[in-house]
Design a protein around this ligand. Structure first.
Ligand SMILES: Nc1ncnc2c1ncn2[C@@H]1O[C@H](COP(=O)(O)OP(=O)(O)OP(=O)(O)O)[C@@H](O)[C@H]1O
Length: 574
């Protein structure tokens, strides 16, 4: 099975600083932070000037001069603060542009995790919001704390030591906050994801849920998921809020201590009156980043965990998302070599190893009871699921080692339950690429649905609704088949193509498929509908973890003797 698991390995990747693409933004934010923090010294310096120079000299001119200088510098401070916030917002855009596409693409690789894409996109939003709201800024201010402590030592060494000791206590509180709340915040995030996935699944099945009266039991199921997530959130929140409040109180106390000690030192004639205020302001500035960081700690843990998850995806995609040389249209030569298949995430083979070779115009029908592995085999053949062992090659190219976008140009696949995507019929048939009307309508004609589509009021421009719900089951099936046939795929793989089709549509489809076969396309389809068997040269019989290939003619001849067929299938396994 796939070796890619996309698990969130928190702690294995260095945080933002190691990414070259975000580095310039971090450097610019740091530079603006330097300016901001240097200009934060303006207020205490102004205090010193007013108290010690202006009041002692009584000079109004000096007061005007220092005030103008202070106002000028503080307006630069305003610009620098705005600029660093803007830089972080731009960094958030850069992350979206760079990580968004990779996250989107790589989420389609893991069949084990159908909910991977919403989860990864939520991670992306978490990181972006953290940056956009400036919650990272206190961490950019922290490196400048020593600058303020140094200034406090210059005011008076005792004031400086109060700042150092206070800072150390606050850092200890920060460490406690991290240790005590990280686990519960991360667990709360996971529980929230489970609750949201459950709600998404419910909303996809609204009509069956309301018609079967399942709303109330499902509501209580969903509430229990939510309660679990809120309990963990409240636990984490309780601890981080407690520490954050303690830190705020301590900061106030330290400022009072700076004032009190300052007052004492003034009485001892060891420093000036202005230095009392300056010392207190410096104390506030030095410790504010720690205080603010603690206030945003919960969001930090969430953003950090989301970032690790994105980084993990980027690291995993790096190995496989390199440049590739697109294939020319492969020869119609499908070779299934020692193939063993299994369901995603399972190591148990569903069928014994087997080999099949199909050339241009060949076709096989796969028959077997429910659960015998027909869909699993088709999913593996088209490259959506990894084989347990062996290879599938089209025109010599390994299907599972081929860029999915490039491979998809030469393959048509219609799953058992067609899920259409939000858009028009034409967009769905053309696989949301720029398709010519000839390609789109040609595909619908071969699927036997062109006339039916024309009868719709908006024809090919009809919007299909969520999941195709504005179309009937038969119409959805028709669009799904046309989408598979679009641009004449070398290999056409259909899972139960006859389901939900009326007689006329089935006849149209049979005609279209027969034409494709005579044009050299390879056709593989799974079916319970015996009317389609005339399209197949051979029948691959699956039953109870065994398989057997027989010619369609032989199969038809033995149809009247089911026991003989069952025996032949078992012989195939042996
Ligand atoms: N996505 C999946 N994840 C895990 N197991 C799966 C998955 N899809 C199918 N299976 C398992 O694989 C086995 C074969 O299922 P498969 O859908 O291939 O059978 P099938 O022959 O197509 O059945 P049917 O005729 O009912 O469509 C079943 O036991 C099923 O439980």
């Amino acid at each position: 099975m796939s070796t890619e698991t996309f698990s969130n390995k928190t702690g294995t990747v260095d945080w933002a600083l190691n990414k070259s693409s975000v580095k310039p933004y971090i450097v610019v934010t740091l530079l603006f932070s330097l300016v901001v923090n240097l200009l934060m010294l303006v207020s205490p310096l102004y205090m010193l000037q007013v108290y010690d120079r202006v009041l002692s000299s009584g000079s109004v001119e000096t007061l005007i001069m220092v005030s103008i200088a202070a106002i000028g510098l503080l307006s630069v401070y305003g610009f620098a603060e705005a600029a660093r916030r803007k830089t972080l917002a731009l960094m958030s855009e850069q992350i979206q542009n760079e990580y968004g596409p990779v996250v989107f693409m790589s989420s389609f690789r893991d069949e084990n995790s159908p909910q991977l894409l919403p989860k990864k996109l939520a991670d992306l939003s978490t990181v972006q919001n953290f940056l956009r709201h400036g919650l990272l800024l206190p961490f950019f201010d922290l490196p400048f704390t020593p600058l303020f402590l140094l200034a406090m030592f210059l005011v008076h060494p005792i004031i400086g030591w109060i700042g150092v000791i206070g800072g150390l206590v606050l850092i200890l509180i920060t460490v406690f906050t991290e240790l005590s709340s990280r686990k519960s915040v991360e667990e709360a995030m996971q529980a929230e994801t489970v609750a949201n996935n459950f709600a998404n699944e419910i909303s996809r099945n609204r009509s069956v849920i309301s018609s079967l009266g399942m709303v109330t039991p499902l509501l209580s199921n969903w509430m229990s998921y939510r309660k679990q997530s809120s309990k963990m959130t409240m636990d984490g929140l309780g601890r981080s809020t407690f520490f954050s409040a303690q830190a705020k109180g301590l900061r106030q106390m330290l400022q009072v201590a700076a004032l009190g000690v300052g007052g004492f030192l003034v009485l001892q004639l060891e420093m000036s009156a202005g230095a009392i205020i300056a010392g207190s302001i410096l104390m506030g500035r030095a410790l504010a980043p720690i205080d603010q960081a603690l206030g945003a700690w919960r969001q930090l843990i969430r953003a950090r965990s989301a970032w690790f998850s994105l980084e993990d995806t980027m690291a995993r995609s790096g190995a496989s998302d390199g440049d590739f040389t697109p294939m020319l249209r492969p020869d119609a030569d499908l070779s299934i070599e020692s193939l063993m298949i299994a369901s995603p995430g399972s190591d148990a083979a569903l069928l014994p190893k087997f080999n099949v070779n199909l050339k241009a115009g060949a076709s096989i029908a796969i028959l077997g009871p429910s659960g015998s592995g027909k869909t699993s085999l088709l999913q593996t053949i088209v490259g959506a699921w990894e084989p347990l062992d062996g290879r599938v090659r089209l025109g010599g190219r390994d299907m599972h080692n081929w860029d999915a976008g490039d491979r998809g140009k030469y393959i048509g696949y219609a799953p058992q339950d067609v899920e259409l995507l939000p858009g028009t019929i034409a967009q769905n048939i053309s696989r949301f690429s720029d398709g010519t009307p000839e390609d789109i309508m040609g595909a619908a004609q071969k699927a036997g649905f062109h006339d039916m589509i024309l009868r719709l009021p908006e024809g090919y421009d009809t919007r299909v609704g969520p999941g195709g719900s504005h179309l009937s089951q038969g119409q959805q099936k028709g669009v799904g088949l046309a989408r598979a046939i679009y641009r004449d795929p070398v290999l056409l793989v259909l899972d139960e193509p006859g389901t939900n089709l009326d007689r006329a549509s089935l006849l149209g489809l049979q005609r279209g498929l027969a034409e494709m076969k005579s044009n050299g396309n390879i056709l593989i389809f799974a079916t319970h509908d015996m009317r389609l068997l005339s399209l197949a040269d051979n029948v691959l019989l699956l039953d109870n973890r065994s398989l057997k290939m027989v010619s369609t003619q032989d199969y038809m001849a033995t149809m009247a003797h089911p026991r003989q067929i069952a025996t032949s299938a078992k012989e195939g396994a042996a």
